[in-house]
Write a protein that binds this ligand. Structure first.
Ligand code: SF4
Ligand code: SF4
Length: 287
């Protein structure tokens, strides 16, 4: 089984457009959306299947038992996250560090499991799609990403290829999604921040020893930066596997909850198909 992970520095770079097209083009049977803060692959790929939904308990939050509390204020004073006010804990601010629990002279504080998100599994006779949604301000997104992948891999044991739409950024959820991946495709765009983010993702993937390739979305919007990306990648020997032109059809596809692959005559769909063939032949077909 090979795991292809698709990443980008931030949301809106075209990661999900590329991921959904690859899933369709490869007729992939096992795939996941690890963008747990803002998942949207299901809008295109759930194909009217109903998911099985389970609460995800990856985090603890403090809880104050007011019947034991003597209002000494020690917990509020010592909470570095400002999560306690008027002897009540805000679940949005509590980081689960447990300091209040340790410090309370009355044993009035306990740490309780908190449902910080929901795991969703779409499953049909021949397809499995794992995704999740983190509750706003819950933290623990890395843990939820790990749970999404675990849920997928448990069901995907007969699949030769697994495609994962990763999380944007470079933080904890990205590290969780890189773990176990065979190949990372970075979708970047020719902007200063796009180049900066790409470099950071390459650095992270290198730390894990994971092979990286790059494709440039909307490459024709700023050709100077496109050339800079290609020069940089050439210098550090990271293959640039293709360029996708700016194409309004992508916006149309997103608005219609469709994969760009369904607009086969569009410039973007043609470019993505070429990129897919390049990746398949050069990186996935091999032993
Ligand atoms: S430390 Fe304990 S007793 Fe003091 S205010 Fe907090 S919960 Fe109440
Ligand atoms: S567990 Fe930590 S963050 Fe949460 S309320 Fe207690 S001291 Fe604050």
């Amino acid at each position: 089984m090979k795991q292809l992970l698709i990443l980008s520095g931030k949301g809106g770079t075209g990661k999900t457009t590329v991921a959904s097209a690859f899933i369709k083009l490869s007729n992939c049977k096992s795939f996941a959306d690890c963008d747990v803060d803002a998942p949207n692959l299901h809008l295109v790929m759930s194909e009217n299947m109903e998911p099985v939904i389970n609460d995800f308990y990856g985090f603890q939050k403090a809880f104050i038992d007011n019947s034991k509390c003597i209002n000494c204020g020690l917990c509020e004073e010592n909470c570095h996250f400002g999560a306690i006010r008027n002897f009540e804990v805000s679940v949005y601010e509590c980081e689960g560090c447990g300091v209040c629990c340790e410090i309370c002279p009355q044993n009035a504080v306990s740490m309780t499991e908190y449902a910080s998100g929901s795991l969703k599994l779409y499953k049909s006779q021949n397809k499995v799609f794992s995704t999740a949604k983190l509750k706003m301000g819950s933290g623990a997104s890395g843990k939820l990403v790990t749970a999404v992948k675990k849920q997928l891999l448990k069901e995907a044991h007969n699949s030769e290829l697994v495609i994962i739409d990763g999380s944007p950024g470079i933080g904890c959820p990205v590290i969780a999604s890189i773990s176990g991946a065979n190949l990372v495709l970075i979708v970047t765009e020719p902007t200063v921040s796009g180049i900066h983010d790409m470099k950071r993702i390459i650095k992270t993937a290198k730390q894990f020893g994971t092979a990286c390739i790059v494709c440039i979305n909307k490459f024709d919007v700023e050709m100077d930066n496109t050339k800079k990306i290609e020069a940089y990648c050439n210098e550090i020997q990271i293959p640039v596997v293709g360029r996708i032109p700016f194409d309004n059809t992508v916006i149309k596809a997103v608005n219609n909850f469709k994969s760009i692959d369904e607009y086969q005559d569009s410039k973007a769909a043609k470019a993505i198909k070429t990129i897919w063939n390049t990746i398949y032949e050069n990186y996935l077909l091999s032993k």
